[in-house]
Design a protein around this ligand. Structure first.
Ligand code: HEM
Length: 212
């Protein structure tokens, strides 16, 4: 189950890196961003139908989500059943804090994802006006300070989740067995969290501050 968590988590890391890179095209202007959003739908054509690659990615993401959350739930339940009585003194305070952060961080990210998809994919609501295209929609949304605040809070949770997650995955996959390997794994974990959270935060902050 830990290997399932590690592999599905690795897939999410690749996805968020690609998504973050795409979002940075906001800095290249409206035409570049809108044409990127359009070409995403043409990916793999003519071998795949229009939006075919996008749908493959969506199905893989939903599968990975079930695998990741399902194995997290299974491991949590097994750990709970292993000890029905509470410890008189809780020794692993640090480990338990980080696993609690993972659990609640994961739930926070799920709630954020629901909000995010309603906003940008399903267009259930539009903050800051009504928009014609992807650039317009992102630009309008991040003029609103509380939308930026929600994103920054979610990105904080994402950064921490990635840091803990990459480190745990490295342990599961046996990549921390020597002090040198452990140092590399820790550095990779911190860098992943900082790069992803920081890269995602750049467009909303720049829009709010009038830099885009
Ligand atoms: C500032 C941060 C972010 C911005 C500006 C942003 C922007 C967008 C936009 C514009 C779309 C719609 C794309 C389209 O339909 O062409 C989208 C979709 C999506 N975003 Fe984000 N996003 C951000 C952060 C995130 C994060 C942190 C995650 C994951 C944890 C995420 C996951 C997704 C997913 C799963 C989709 C649906 C893709 C699809 O199936 O069409 N996004 N995002």
């Amino acid at each position: 189950m830990k290997i399932v968590m590690a592999l599905s988590g690795a897939f999410f890391v690749l996805y968020v890196l690609a998504h973050m890179y795409g979002n940075l095209k906001m800095f290249a202007g409206q035409e570049a961003f809108d044409s990127y959003a359009f070409h995403l739908r043409e990916l793999g054509e003519p071998i795949l139908p229009y939006e075919g690659a996008l749908w493959l990615i969506r199905v893989a993401l939903v599968g990975a989500l079930f695998a990741h959350a399902g194995s997290a739930f299974y491991l949590w339940k097994r750990a709970n059943e292993a000890r029905r009585t509470r410890y008189a003194v809780k020794r692993a305070a640090a480990a338990s804090l980080s696993s609690k952060t993972m659990r609640w961080g994961g739930v926070t990210l799920l709630l954020f994802l629901a909000f995010h998809l309603m906003q940008f994919t399903f267009h259930t609501f539009e903050v800051g006006g009504s928009f014609l295209g992807p650039y317009d929609r992102v630009y309008g949304a991040f003029q609103v300070w509380w939308v930026v605040a929600i994103y920054l809070a979610a990105l904080g949770a994402l950064g921490m989740h990635l840091k803990h997650g990459v480190w745990s995955a490295a342990q599961t996959l046996g990549l921390t067995s020597t002090p040198r390997a452990a140092r590399h794994a820790k550095a990779t974990a911190v860098a992943t969290g900082v790069v992803v959270a920081g890269g995602f935060a750049l467009p909303p902050l720049s829009i709010l501050l009038g830099l885009i």
